[in-house]
Design a protein around this ligand. Structure first.
Ligand SMILES: CNc1nc2c(CCNC[C@]34C[C@H]5C[C@H](C[C@H](C5)C3)C4)c3nc(N)[nH]c(=O)c3cc2[nH]1
Ligand SMILES: [Zn+2]
Length: 373
């Protein structure tokens, strides 16, 4: 039977790679940026418009959906793809990251995490086994191991224990996931900013065996310099023939730097969440449309951009509808940001295919140095 989840590397340029992950629900062009669908929706976007920006895969939200409307209800309604009208691949995180960042009343033990719902205060237990069941009920094409994202900063011995817990949970996740053709399970490397711990984690994950490997425990406040220092070696510890997913990244310049260091997949709330706060991304860097300086500006956000916001609206208009709190503001700014991110991925894939990624990186930073936003 044709392998249902297949990563075909098509070109490399230095450490940067481009290829295609073929799945039963469609192909994912890498390097890939995955927009975030928080509670079964990419906020302010219709799924067909998310697709129009160029997205091949979305993120679902295990933590929110398990609380409301519950994974069982979504399963009874035909799964998350059907529920949110997105028929292409969906990746779901395992829920642990959110529990640690959203809930205060929680207890972490070898078994898993016990916490109180921020929705109605009800008590919940998340374990590797329950996380695998929830992600199966949601119907995710790519499932993430249940892990603990080690907080930053962490003492070396604390980070070591945290990583080893995640590795025991990775084995339990693998065992509970079972054999599910057409569905993939990704392991998550931990080890904070400690090289030997990153190595031990990678070796542990490789001995268990996964369809893809995530670099976890980054973008947690360490800053870009420290993150790039870890990315200078951590991805290389993971199998070269499997997708490498950097979790929670990031700003456009983080993304370019991560791709240059061998990362294939990324997710971040930034383009959608910041769009709703007026922050928009351009080749020259980010600007905030609510700034009064835009109120008479007839130009589009970015004259190179072909998104509906840049084709049909001025900065003055976008400034106005943001200031007046019009719903169209969230729609247009989110659409522009997601389009900008996908266009950045397209430009990187083309540059890697044509062996000119170094030139792409130089041009990317030169453009941003020009200012005149
Ligand atoms: C921002 N920095 C960062 N993120 C991280 C995430 C979440 C990735 N995004 C998924 C997520 C998280 C939230 C917000 C949206 C929807 C849904 C809930 C899934 C994206 C991480 N997730 C896991 N399982 N492990 C990590 O080490 C980790 C490290 C991160 N460092
Ligand atoms: Zn645009």
């Amino acid at each position: 039977m044709a392998r249902q989840f297949q990563f075909d590397l098509q070109a490399t340029d230095g450490k940067a790679r481009t290829g295609v992950i073929s799945t039963t629900r469609g192909d994912i062009r890498t390097p890939a940026f995955m927009p975030v669908g928080t509670a079964a929706t990419v906020k302010a976007m219709l799924p067909e418009n998310v697709r129009a920006t160029g997205a091949d895969i979305l993120l679902g939200n295990t933590y929110h959906l398990m609380l409301r409307p519950t994974a069982e209800r979504i399963d009874n309604l035909g799964g998350l793809h059907n529920f949110m009208n997105w028929e292409r691949p969906i990746l779901t995180d395992s829920g642990g990251f959110q529990v640690m960042s959203l809930t205060s009343l929680r207890k972490l033990t070898e078994k898993g995490v016990t916490f109180k719902s921020h929705v109605d205060g009800s008590q919940h237990h998340l374990t590797p086994e329950r996380s695998m069941e929830i992600q199966r009920l949601l119907g995710a094409d790519i499932v993430m191991c249940f892990d603990e994202c080690t907080p930053f900063p962490a003492e070396e011995d604390v980070a070591l224990e945290s990583m080893r817990l995640s590795m025991r949970w990775a084995q339990r996740s693998r065992d509970a996931f079972g054999d599910r053709p057409g569905h993939a399970l990704f392991g998550i490397q931990q080890g904070s900013v400690f090289r030997e711990q990153r190595e031990e984690s990678a070796e542990n994950l490789k001995s268990i065996g996964f369809d893809g490997y995530a670099v976890g425990g980054l973008a947690v406040g360490e800053g870009q310099e420290a993150m790039f220092e870890v990315l200078d070696y951590a991805p290389d510890m993971l199998p070269a023939d499997k997708p490498r997913y950097l979790m929670g990244v990031g700003k456009p310049d983080d993304i370019v730097g991560a791709v240059a260091r061998g990362i294939d997949m990324m997710d971040c709330v930034l383009p959608s969440r910041s769009g709703r706060t007026g922050q928009v991304f351009t080749r020259r860097g980010a600007l905030n449309i609510k700034n009064a300086r835009h109120q008479d500006d007839p130009r589009p956000i970015d004259e190179h951009c072909t998104c509906p916001a840049c084709r049909n609206y001025s900065r003055a208009y976008l400034h106005h509808v943001f200031r007046t709190g019009e719903i169209i503001s969230s729609m247009l700014l989110t659409w522009h940001n997601l389009h900008y991110y996908q266009e950045l991925m397209t430009r990187m894939r083309d540059a890697i295919s044509e062996g000119r990624f170094d030139q792409f990186q130089r041009d990317f930073h030169t453009e941003r140095a020009k200012g005149d936003l």
